[in-house]
Design a protein. Structure first.
Length: 169
């Protein structure tokens, strides 16, 4: 009776070993990528003058490993819960405020008591969808201001944040 062969034309045991090696390589690639993100987040916190606690590192990963995003304290708390990260909502609020003070995030206030935290630190503006509560980036050059008032004596304009509120047509 002929021995069965797998997709490589070799015996099943050799084929299984190759599959296992491919799975290990993929797992190693994922582990390397995770390690690189962790190192980047550790450096991000240290550069901002923040002590890299376990919770701060975990939150930094949720905030920065997926590209630019807008989060609320509640949405970040939900993401942490989904990722099995044990952290209180109070710690989330404290961390978001510390990250903002350290220059890692920008706070965008859309209503009294309703703030988003933006990971995109480049100058830009926002659309706010009143019905859905979604915040959408607007490129800086898409908004033109024709005049600015003089800043009160002893102050200077640091930046201008434009939030354009949208409703369904």
């Amino acid at each position: 009776m002929a021995k069965m062969t797998g997709r490589t034309g070799m015996s099943d045991s050799v084929d299984d070993m190759i599959s296992a090696d491919a799975a290990d390589a993929t797992a190693a690639d994922v582990t390397a990528a995770e390690t690189a993100y962790e190192a980047q987040n550790l450096e991000r916190l240290r550069d901002a003058g923040l002590r890299p606690t376990r919770q701060r590192l975990a939150l930094t990963g949720l905030l920065f490993d997926k590209g630019d995003q807008h989060v609320t304290a509640e949405s970040l708390h939900g993401a942490a819960r989904d990722a099995d990260i044990k952290v209180s909502l109070a710690t989330i609020y404290n961390s978001l405020n510390q990250f903002t003070d350290a220059g890692l995030l920008r706070e965008v206030v859309v209503a009294p008591g309703k703030s988003f935290f933006d990971t995109n630190m480049a100058p830009h503006h926002h659309f706010f969808m009143e019905r859905t509560g979604e915040l959408i980036d607007i490129p800086l050059e898409s908004v033109a201001l024709s005049a600015m008032p003089d800043a009160p004596e002893g102050t200077k304009i640091e930046r201008v944040d434009v939030v354009i509120r949208l409703a369904n047509a």
